[in-house]
Design a protein around this ligand. Structure first.
Ligand code: MG
Length: 386
């Protein structure tokens, strides 16, 4: 039934993370449409090599050099094996690959995404940090295309469906609200890493869990949406929707509102990013039964208890390197929170301070964005240390 369209030859960057595993499952479910040509991981050699053997993929890489040396001692026959950060770039531009799914943590996949676009490939992009830090620069590359994997952005993509810019009034991204939705500010100040990791709806890694708990995830997603769909900051807002069934809404110029809905499962967004504009007759998120849910709630985020959205808007307003600074400062602060060094509200505090003190040196190059991020990371680490 799904055999009509072209075969997509896929490189999966970050194959052993939460999104990477879901992507590998989606690819394996459609051998008539998707062929895994290359896969990478940071240091989970065993899982990566098992995936390569099962899928028959010909090229693999580990970005961690020590793990790569260890793994290189015993490789499956016929597998081309690469190592180090440069391997991501090489794999992203392989001639036998037409689609690169980037699910690498943070901004580590940035150079690979640029390389893939320059080589004219489709990039299914799950690493939102890359779009946050350099989305405007990605938009200047005339070749290739970026398709969203983030569920809200997949939702926007489906709501907008090539609609002319003039018809789009507003876009709303939903947020489940995270585990602290109904916690008081005092209680949030005492939240532990385990509290933050208890996400009510989505399954994901610890960094994303903390970002969801602070709503920084949504702040970064507003910036992501701005670049992916070339929207103005004032066209974008977030709405709390605990059921996490409506992923995004587009309000059109005549007042009509289009929503994209599904059960929350990343596999649907992954599948659509690979198959679009075609839809496959497969339901990795199952079938939505609204009568089971009984109610859908929407309310405005409490920006007093969750200052992240204001920080996101400020970074958008400043533009240039400010989003890269916000992202990197948040990353550094979250690392310290996860290690038990700072309380959760200090993530907002340090992200805000970094926005004030870093990132005035933007010359519109990727290098200056990465440098701004590095400066913000150093700034936060120094502030916490002092
Ligand atoms: Mg999301």
């Amino acid at each position: 039934m799904n055999s009509a369209g072209p075969i997509r030859n896929i490189a999966l960057l970050g194959a052993t993370g939460s999104i990477g595993r879901s992507a590998a499952a989606v690819i394996a479910a459609h051998p008539e449409r998707f062929k895994l040509r290359a896969a990478t991981a940071h240091r989970h050699a065993e899982e990566l090599l098992r995936l390569c053997e099962k899928s028959g993929c010909g090229v693999a890489a580990l970005t961690d050099e020590a793990a790569a040396r260890e793994a290189a001692r015993d490789l499956p026959r016929g597998l081309r094996f690469l190592s180090g950060a440069a391997a991501l770039v090489e794999i992203a531009a392989l001639p036998e690959v037409d689609t690169v799914l980037c699910a690498v943590t943070g901004i580590a996949g940035t150079a690979a995404v640029f390389a893939a676009l320059r080589a004219g490939k489709r990039v299914a992009l799950a690493s939102k940090e890359i779009i946050v830090a350099a989305g405007d620069l990605l938009n200047r590359i005339p070749t290739g295309e970026v398709l969203p994997v983030d569920s809200e952005h997949s939702g926007i993509f489906q709501c907008l469906a090539e609609r002319p810019e003039a018809e789009i009034s507003r876009v709303l991204l939903t947020a489940s609200g995270g585990p602290f939705l109904n916690w008081s500010a005092e209680r949030i100040a005492r939240a532990t890493v385990a509290d933050a990791a208890r996400h009510p709806v989505w399954e994901m890694g610890i960094k994303t869990c903390v970002d969801s708990a602070t709503l920084m995830n949504k702040a970064l997603e507003l910036i992501e949406a701005r670049h992916l769909f070339r929207l103005q900051p004032e066209q974008l807002s977030a709405v709390i929707h605990p059921q996490a069934v409506v992923h995004a809404l587009a309000e059109l110029c005549d007042g009509s509102v289009i929503a994209q809905m599904s059960n929350p499962d990343m596999k649907l967004a992954i599948q659509y990013a690979l198959s679009a504009p075609e839809r496959l007759a497969a339901r990795p998120a199952g079938t939505l039964d609204l009568t089971q849910l009984k109610k859908l709630e929407f309310f405005p985020p409490d920006e007093g208890r969750f200052p992240a959205l204001a920080l996101g808007r400020e970074a958008m307003r400043r533009g240039g390197a400010a989003p890269a600074v916000l992202n990197a400062a948040n990353e550094a602060a979250v690392e310290h929170f996860v290690r038990g060094v700072i309380a959760l509200p200090r993530i907002w505090e340090f992200a805000g301070k970094a926005l004030e003190h870093c990132g005035d040196f933007d010359d519109g190059t990727l290098g200056s964005r990465l440098a701004a991020g590095d400066a913000a990371r150093r700034y936060v680490t120094e502030q916490i240390g002092s």
